[in-house]
Ligand binder design. Structure first.
Ligand code: ATP
Ligand code: MG
Length: 566
């Protein structure tokens, strides 16, 4: 059912101490509570794109099902017709698939509207629910506070028949929005406010993206969620800690309508990542306010964003596995995720040379038409990744930064009169510097030592190795250097939007046009990864369709430059 039931998952499963969810599942298997079955679900509300926080829940739900030979459902929790869109449904499916998981069945809470309605009728008949006519302000007043009990609604003791009639009229669209609600009859003096006769149904005369205009009443999350779990025979309903106080209500509702064995809700802590925002509402505002170029901007913490940035699903899964499951809220450092991405790409990405800010070099001791083919390994440790051919010609380009007119101490790259090695090629020496009228260096005249191909130079040490590209044999490309969108650790802690906007990193994107890259790339397919020698890991942009106009996004630098600053 799952691409990730790999050796890795199985190994780490055996090695690590079982977390509390695994312990609970194993206890239930041992006691045969669900006849040995394990059924989980990932239940997103389709009101935005998934973010990196959701990846935690996805990995957990699908991995638990896979590890215990169970099933995992994908369920769209579409009870709020005003915020939900088909675009989001499609994007969520694509993201879950990209992350490497395949749901065993696909559901929508709206598929159950008829059943949920019938259950509500049953609750009324059992004396467990009633139609209430308090308006929202009165409801708030009657609800009480954390320290004071609430008061019973004057409609609480109305007859079953009257509630049934009114509920039917609510359904038929005979009342205005806000005039009537269906409430559970629990306990207005409960210490848990969620148990003070919570609303189960409200009137909403909205068109639903899935079921159209069929309904004038819509179930509340707390009512729909637990019953959807029960209908689908979910065994372990895994959710984040903020739902802990809702668990008594979850159990109360299910107990009144379903026999044992019932689904059980188990909470774990939300996953938070430093330097990012993981709230669909705020991510949407970043898009709406054009702070970024869309939900899939490579600086966004959405799954579609990190995908376009070039983060790999296997790195994200391994990272989530290492972070583990807990009951304590914490923030994980972005550098750790980047380290997993780096590790993954280090193993798999072919190497290539790309010059982003070119400086011209003329090798004066070569003939004008010199064209020598050099062979370079695609990966220093993995011969199975093959080799590539690189043209060495009279004119080449190096990175501007790899030359200093007056070299600083410990600058081992090119400088007047100095030598440097060209990666996979010869040692060259800078004999002459050509400048323009303003004194800017425009080109260097160098000679090469023909005895240094794959060999150390005689009688001297040359420390520096730099990357380079032939001036006549190469491709042109655009390189986008992405960095973190926020330059503070906890952007989510900003008290308002204006404050958040002051935390945006002005250097989060630098676009470099006319970069030069080797002609023989291992692949020019969108989403192919490379290590640009000395520069970092890069990916061909997901939407790059024209192989003559290649666009590369920087995934991560070769080393972490952020933790040093801290
Ligand atoms: P948001 O506040 O961004 O809208 P949400 O929790 O409302 O997030 P849902 O679509 O309701 O988003 O979430 C689907 C599932 O993903 C839920 O089970 C939820 O608990 C889980 N989830 C959401 N955010 C996180 C997170 N940061 N860490 C772990 N699980 C999460
Ligand atoms: Mg939600």
């Amino acid at each position: 059912m799952l691409f990730t039931t790999t050796e890795h998952t199985r190994l780490t499963m055996n090695e690590h101490t079982k977390h509390f969810i695994e312990q609970r599942i194993e206890a239930d298997i041992a006691s045969n509570k669900y006849e040995g079955k394990v059924v989980t679900r990932f239940p997103p509300e389709p009101n935005g794109y998934l973010h990196i926080g959701h990846a935690k829940s996805i990995c957990l739900n699908f991995t638990m099902a896979a590890n215990y030979r169970g099933r995992c459902h994908l369920r769209f929790d579409d009870t709020n017709p005003t915020k939900e869109e088909q675009e989001y449904i499609d994007a969520i499916k694509a993201d879950v698939t990209w992350l490497g998981f395949q749901w065993d069945s696909l559901h929508h809470t709206s598929d159950y509207f008829e059943q949920l309605h019938d259950f509500a009728v049953k609750l009324i008949e059992q004396g467990d629910a009633y139609v209430c006519e308090l308006n929202s302000e009165q409801m708030r007043e009657y609800r009480g506070t954390l320290t004071e009990p609430g008061k019973n609604s004057p409609f609480r003791e109305r007859s079953v028949e009257e509630s049934l009639t009114l509920f039917a009229k609510m359904k038929a669209g005979e009342f205005e929005e806000g005039s009537h609600v269906l409430r559970a009859k629990i306990d207005m003096s409960s210490g848990n406010i969620n148990m003070r006769d919570p609303v189960l149904y409200r009137i909403l005369k909205a068109t639903h993206p899935h079921v159209g205009d069929t309904w004038n009443i819509y179930p509340m999350y707390d009512y729909a969620h637990c019953l959807s779990d029960a209908i689908e025979q979910i065994t372990h309903s895994l959710c984040t800690l903020e739902f802990q106080d809702h668990r008594p209500l979850y159990d109360w509702i299910v107990e009144r309508l379903f026999p044992e064995p019932r689904p059980q809700q188990i909470e774990f802590s939300r996953f938070n990542l430093s330097h990012t925002i993981t709230s669909k509402r705020k991510l949407k505002k970043l898009v709406d306010d054009n702070v970024v170029d869309g939900w899939d901007d490579p600086r966004m913490a959405t799954l579609t964003g990190v995908r376009r940035r070039g983060f790999t699903p296997s790195a994200i899964r391994a990272f989530m596995e290492s972070v583990g499951i807990s009951k304590n809220d914490s923030v994980t450092d972005m550098s750790l995720l980047e380290e997993f991405v780096r590790d993954d790409l280090n193993q798999h990405a072919p190497r290539v040379m790309c010059v982003t800010k070119p400086l011209k070099i003329v090798l004066t001791d070569l003939d004008d038409d010199h064209n020598e083919t050099l062979t370079l390994a695609n990966h220093p440790q993995k011969p199975e990744l093959g080799e590539r051919k690189v043209a060495f010609t009279k004119t080449i380009y190096i990175e501007q930064e790899d030359f200093q007119l007056e070299p600083e101490k410990k600058f081992f790259r090119l400088a007047p009169g100095k030598e440097v090695r060209l990666r996979g090629s010869y040692v060259i020496k800078c004999n002459e510097v050509v400048t323009d009228a303003n004194g800017n260096v425009t080109e260097l005249h160098c000679t090469h030592d023909k005895d240094t191909l794959g060999k150390k130079p005689e009688g001297r040490k040359v420390k520096g190795v730099i990357h380079w590209i032939s001036a006549s044999v190469h491709r042109r490309c655009q390189v986008r250097i992405y960095d973190r969108l926020f330059n503070v650790e906890h952007p989510g802690a900003s008290k308002d939007w204006d404050e958040l906007m002051t935390k945006v990193n002005p250097l989060s994107l630098t676009v470099l046009d006319d970069c030069l890259i080797e002609e023989n790339l291992a692949s020019t397919a969108p989403e192919s990864h490379f290590q640009f020698e000395r520069l970092g890991y890069f990916v061909i942009d997901r939407y790059c369709q024209d192989e003559k106009a290649l666009v590369f996004n920087r995934v991560v630098a070769l080393r972490d430059s952020w933790s040093k600053q801290a």
